[in-house]
Design a protein around this ligand. Structure first.
Ligand SMILES: *Cc1c(COP(=O)(O)O)cnc(C)c1O
Length: 239
């Protein structure tokens, strides 16, 4: 193995141990949690190695980096998640490679995604990104809609050609009532998911937890964790 492959394999094994331990502690089966490796800022060669090591889900947050990487890796059996703030002028590009967009937070974006997905004949999974520090249905700076805005967006996604409503996503908030209370934040997301599933039973994905807090997310019921740093290393630049 190359040095990089040895390193990524060791990091992946550690993350796998953490997920398995968190599942065991919560009385959950390991198969209830899917690892998504966030490959943003890292090269396509790393994505290829991760695929060789058995990773099946990767995530990116900037179209200008993700589009060429996804093209270089189009031969690999990967599910691509888009987790960054998405401008409508990037939708056309993102829909070419993204299987799931986790950062759906406004109706204009839903309309643009639907139009493009239908045009190219793809089905794009959508998670509503919830901003737990924006209680009034307003959008938050880092993206996301307040809890009060979930229902309307979810109904719109569910009614939009080319789109599939998959569930909810959040990033633990840095401000507001949940700042520094990650477990409470993820519990709130789970409650919102329970409510969402009454109207949309198939929308059962709950994407929460990153390198620093995946245990808290798995403990309360997250179905997908998004892990970057713990697998690939500290990112060379902000992203
Ligand atoms: C970068 C990123 C992650 C991964 O964060 P790490 O702390 O590196 O594990 C997860 N989710 C989103 C939305 C991200 O942008």
């Amino acid at each position: 193995m190359t040095d990089r492959k040895t390193q990524l394999a060791a990091n992946l094994a550690k993350v796998e141990d953490r997920i398995a331990a968190a599942c065991a502690a919560a009385g959950r089966g390991r198969d209830e949690v899917t690892l998504i490796v966030v490959t943003k800022t890292y090269p396509a060669s790393d994505v290829r190695i991760l695929s060789e090591l058995g990773v099946r889900h990767v995530a990116e947050n900037k179209d200008q980096d993700a589009a060429p990487k996804a093209a270089e890796c189009s031969d690999l059996p990967l599910v691509w998640h888009f987790v960054g703030q998405l401008q409508t002028n990037k939708v056309r590009s993102v829909v070419r490679y993204a299987d799931v967009v986790q950062s759906v937070d406004r109706s204009r974006l839903v309309t643009a995604l639907s139009k493009e997905a239908a045009r190219v004949g793809r089905e794009v999974g959508c998670l509503i990104q919830v901003a737990l520090d924006a209680e009034e249905g307003a959008r938050e700076e880092r993206g996301g809609v307040g809890p009060g805005g979930i229902e309307e967006l979810a109904d719109l996604v569910a009614d939009s050609p080319g789109l599939r409503l998959d569930g909810l996503m959040t990033v633990a908030p840095l401000a507001g009532p949940y700042a520094g209370r990650r477990r409470a934040a993820f519990e709130r997301l789970m409650d919102l998911s329970t409510h969402l599933r009454r109207a949309h039973p198939a929308a059962n994905m709950v994407s929460a937890g990153m390198s620093a807090d995946l245990e808290e997310a798995v403990a309360v019921g997250a179905t997908h964790v998004r892990v970057g740093t713990a697998v690939l290393g500290v990112r060379p630049r902000l992203g």
